[in-house]
Design a protein around this ligand. Sequence first.
Ligand code: RP5
Length: 165
Amino acid sequence: MTEQARVGLIMGSRSDWPTMESAATMLDELGVPYETRVVSAHRTPALLTQYASEAADRGLKVIIAGAGGAAHLPGMIAAHTLLPVLGVPVQSRTLNGLDSLLSIVQMPGGVPVGTLAIGKAGARNAGIMAAQILGLEDSGIQGNLEAFRQKQTQDVLDNPDPSAG
Ligand code: RP5
């Protein structure tokens, strides 16, 4: 049986997957069950409304939404749910992701989107942050986060010389 998804990992297009895959990798590593879907603010607006409106009742606790260009997906999802929404600006071809960042980060007061960095680092951090939110009430995920952080620190300490292979 597949475990109940607790994070909705959505994106505006299949073309966002190479970026958003970094969030999926972190959720896998931290033991957080999730689902992945393409939900487009502009191409499938009715699906967006349905997805956001039903998310909490389906057992999701956090939504990670990645989009590029006129990146309205995270904000519109946030407008339809009280779940925390983490927005990932995908690096666009034409404006390098600055367009995506500004589209996501400048939400009006009252409807927050937690906006991460442009590109894969932002997607990776969105996965970690979703785990941190869930870890507040899940000791298994919290333990995975502690182990991840310790390993990350140890890797740096074990390799102090940047000129060595
Ligand atoms: C946005 O438009 C998507 O999030 C994607 O980043 C961008 C381009 O989409 P495609 O034209 O590659 O499908 O909605």
